[in-house]
Design a protein around this ligand. Structure first.
Ligand code: CAA
Length: 386
């Protein structure tokens, strides 16, 4: 597969990088400290096409490829990982399943406002008792005339308060197990939908995370995405794309950690020389560069597979686990290079470390990624060996 970057890729990198420097860097520390949602910056990103990076221009999307998507999220997250996750979720977990499974009518009604930057999306799969075991859904949707009546509770919803359109998984036929769930598109403000108070989190504190409660919430049957019983497949398909976005977010955090380390290594002197001149520090920088480069290659290769219309479940799981573990490790190395200052909020590296942790948890923990990788690997082996 050809990993040569095009002029379009360089342009999206430049645009996202400049935006991050000019519009995200000022105030990122305060937003993190005070849990301030970057509303103005997100609106601007919507106008620039970042809410619909890889969607058809006929719906108002930017019409770019998946590598562009990865580059954009990496560059934003290099400065502000909260913005990175919001952009990833609206593209991959909200718009993408509508693009993939929606009718033309649903695309006009829900996809177009999402990808053109008018409405923001969220994804409701996780429940109090359904985290890694995503199949253990308790939220129900029962048909009543032209509506489903939805009851239940969804947890840890990114953009739960600020999102406009949610992709919700609910049980429509308990007797069918995993094949008894369906996907509904539910709009913010629908009677019976309550946004619960915000979660107070270790990291990505500029993004809003809420539980959503559904209490006899009536949703038109016309809002069902795909067939009844397709809910688990829709969620897993969306998560393949979502994991690409989170891997890119993690890559951005790792790169941000290296950027900060390089800067500090040129400023800080101990024992009469700059940190950059100590081999102990050089080896850390070398390892960071190597692992970040490998992460980027893994991620972009999964993006190429996606755009070629091939199954990329295993490859994106490998990218997600590798990028997120690289982010956590690189951020910790950065804190170590900064020493005591790294432990202080005066510098960004402690934030990178807090932000990195969630990339090993959401959209499938590192353990779940390994479950997915192993299952695919064993299936490939079985196919090859009869
Ligand atoms: N694409 C399409 N279909 C898929 C699929 C994929 N990637 N993965 C599985 N499926 C299908 C399978 O083909 C199978 O269908 P058939 O029976 O027709 O063949 C069906 O789904 C069941 O698959 P499995 O037997 O593999 O399912 P499982 O119950 O063993 O477990 C799991 C699957 C991988 C553990 C899954 O439950 C999982 O991914 N868990 C993690 C959940 C997760 O990532 N949650 C993230 C929450 S979202 C979030 O964090 C949001 C946010 O706001 C940031």
């Amino acid at each position: 597969m050809d990993l040569a970057y095009t002029e379009e890729h360089e342009l999206i990198r430049k645009t996202a990088r400049e935006f991050a420097q000019e519009r995200l860097a000022p105030g990122v520390a305060e937003r993190d400290r005070d849990m301030i949602y970057p509303e103005e910056q997100l609106r601007e990103l919507g106008e620039l096409g970042f809410w619909g990076i890889f969607f058809d221009e006929k719906y108002g999307g930017a019409g770019l490829d998946s590598i562009s998507y990865c580059i954009a999220i990496e560059e934003l997250s290099r400065v502000d990982a909260s913005v990175g996750v919001i952009i990833s979720v609206t593209n991959s977990l909200a718009a993408y399943p509508i693009d993939k499974f929606g009718t033309e009518e649903q695309k006009q009604k829900f996809l177009a406002p999402l990808v053109s930057g008018q409405k923001l999306g969220g994804f409701c799969l996780t429940e109090p008792g359904a985290g890694s075991d995503a199949g253990a859904q308790k939220t129900t949707a029962v048909v009543d005339g032209d509506n489903y009546v939805v009851n239940g509770s969804k947890h840890f919803v990114t953009s739960g308060k600020n999102g406009d359109i949610f992709i919700v998984t609910a049980v429509t036929d308990k007797s069918q197990g995993l094949k008894g769930t369906s996907t509904l598109i539910i709009e913010q403000g629908t009677p019976g939908l309550t946004v619960e108070p915000p979660e107070h989190k270790l990291g990505i504190r500029g993004s809003d995370t809420h539980a959503l409660t559904f209490d006899d919430c009536k949703v038109p049957v016309a809002n069902r995405l795909g067939a009844e019983g397709d809910g688990f497949k829709v969620a897993m398909t969306a998560l393949d794309s979502g994991r690409m976005g989170i891997a890119a977010q993690a890559l951005g955090i790792a790169q941000g950690s290296l950027d900060a380390s390089l800067q500090y290594a040129h400023e800080r002197q101990q024992f009469g020389k700059f940190l950059k001149d100590f081999q102990a520090i050089q080896f850390k920088l070398a390892d960071m560069e190597t692992r970040i480069h490998a992460s980027r290659l893994l991620l972009h290769q999964s993006a190429l597979l996606k755009d070629a219309g091939k199954r990329y479940t295993k490859e994106v799981a490998m990218a997600k686990v590798f990028c997120s573990e690289t982010a956590m490790w690189a951020a910790e190395e950065a804190v170590q290079i900064y020493g005591g200052y790294g432990y202080s909020t005066e510098y960004p590296v402690e934030r990178f470390m807090r932000d990195a942790k969630i990339t090993e948890i959401y959209e499938g923990t590192s353990e779940i990624q390994r479950v997915v990788i192993a299952a695919n690997l064993l299936a490939e082996w079985a196919k090859m060996h009869g």
